[in-house]
Design a protein around this ligand. Structure first.
Ligand code: JFZ
Length: 425
């Protein structure tokens, strides 16, 4: 009897909490994991000031003053085909672009207010639409970064941790704000074709507010069941989400303080990072990571079973600065020769170590030698291995077998970034 009662109550208790992803959504998750590499784009009206996407908050600019920026934003050199071609040349399979960042400025032609690129700038065009069309043409999936947090909207009230100096009145209707945001999301999911997913951010500004995430997530999945939802709340995924993300951290590393948890859930994983230290365009930040460092991060992310979403912050003209272009092309060159060891793989059997990581697919194990351990590399906890070859040339790599594992005799000629050795079972 007692078991019967529990069995009857259980579905009710789970209802509203449990989320059963559709078949299309589960297929999209597989696609997402196979893709492994995407382009993050932070682009907004803030690029005019060349001081990152937090400039409104950091310089305590009021809404009234910030509204003087759009007339100066005219990205006539923006070319969607060039951007998408660059992503492809880098070996990226998807693009995640800011449809709206914390400053609330929509980079698409929203009908919900005039705070958008079509209505408020001399450019008058919708770059998100152009990008969506071009992505479809070139076979790249498009995701939208959409900020929960809004420093501009009067109904984003009570205000959260940030955006305090915006000079907005001390009243507002948060429910109205949420309706506004859902209406924007409806526009994005109905007017731009098939969307890869929505990448939320800014929840952390008001962690105690009732965001009605169930309502927003339900809306997204009802409009596009295959759209993958992720949220940069830095915690274990909430119900209704389809992937778990880590900002500036490999999964579970928690080197960045804001990453509240090191726990890894059961969903597909993604980590994002910048090329210099800025997300939005920063004209003074010249601390660029090297192409080798970025390839290492991509390989490590794959070795941790995750995707790498690598950011660029385009200039206010619509151009992408040459330092970014050069690095993206460099990664693409490496992927042309070594992509097999990244795309479609999952984390390999050997745990990530300082020398490198392993990935695997279809009976093959890929050993990514990143920081060379010397001439010999010992690997344990492996299934029986028949052969070892250099991925790029097929040249055999000598194996010494011993109890509990193998030792690889690494070739003299190594790839500067990542020498990949394929082990076949
Ligand atoms: C967030 C954004 O604020 C940032 O502008 C960028 O879009 C990045 C990808 O995501 O970064 C955060 C979010 C929260 C904290 C720090 C950085 N935090 O809570 O300290």
């Amino acid at each position: 009897m007692r078991n019967f009662v529990i069995a009857m109550l259980l579905p009710a208790a789970l209802f509203g909490q449990s989320y059963q992803p559709s078949e299309a959504n589960q297929k999209a998750r597989e696609w997402f994991q196979d893709a492994r590499f995407g382009m993050f784009i932070h682009w907004g009206v803030y690029s005019v000031l060349g001081d990152g996407e937090w400039v409104m908050n950091n310089r305590k600019i009021t809404v009234a003053d910030y509204e003087k920026l759009p007339p100066r934003f005219n990205p006539t050199e923006f070319n969607a085909a060039e951007w998408v071609s660059l992503a492809k040349a880098a070996g990226m399979k998807y693009i995640t672009i800011t449809s709206k960042h914390h400053d609330g400025f929509a980079m698409f032609g929203t009908k919900q207010n005039h705070w958008n690129i079509v209505d408020a700038t001399p450019y008058k065009k919708d770059p998100i639409k152009m990008l969506a069309d071009e992505c479809r043409r070139q076979g790249v999936k498009l995701f939208f970064y959409h900020s929960h947090l809004d420093w501009h909207h009067p109904d984003y009230y009570p205000r959260g941790r940030t955006g305090q100096a915006s000079g907005r009145p001390d009243h507002g209707d948060f429910e109205k704000y949420l309706t506004f945001m859902d209406s924007q999301l409806r526009e994005l999911l109905t007017g731009y074709g098939e969307i890869g997913g929505i990448w939320f951010d800014g929840w952390w500004d008001k962690p105690d507010a009732n965001w009605h995430l169930d309502r927003t997530y339900g809306l997204i999945h009802s409009l596009q069941p295959a759209a993958l939802i992720g949220n940069n709340h830095h915690r274990l995924p909430f119900p209704g989400e389809d992937f778990q993300m880590f900002e500036k951290d490999l999964p579970g590393k928690k080197t960045a303080e804001f990453n509240a948890t090191a726990e890894i859930g059961k969903l597909p994983l993604e980590t994002c990072d910048t090329i210099n230290n800025a997300w939005g365009y920063n004209k003074d930040d010249k601390q660029f990571k090297s192409t080798t460092q970025l390839i290492h991060y991509l390989a490590r992310a794959a070795g941790y079973n995750g995707n790498f979403l690598l950011n660029i912050g385009p200039m206010p003209t619509g151009k992408i600065q040459p330092e970014f272009v050069e690095r993206l092309r460099g990664i693409g060159k490496w992927l042309e020769r070594n992509g097999e060891s990244i795309y479609g793989t999952r984390a390999g059997p050997v745990a990530p170590a300082s020398w490198g990581v392993t990935t695997e697919k279809a009976g093959k194990i890929y050993v990514h030698v990143l920081d060379s351990p010397g001439d010999l590399l010992a690997l344990s906890k492996l299934p029986a291995v028949k052969s070892a070859k250099l991925l790029t040339t097929g040249a055999p790599v000598e194996i010494s077998r011993l109890k509990g594992g193998i030792v690889l005799h690494l070739p003299q000629q190594r790839d500067e970034a990542d020498t990949v050795i394929v082990l076949e079972r």
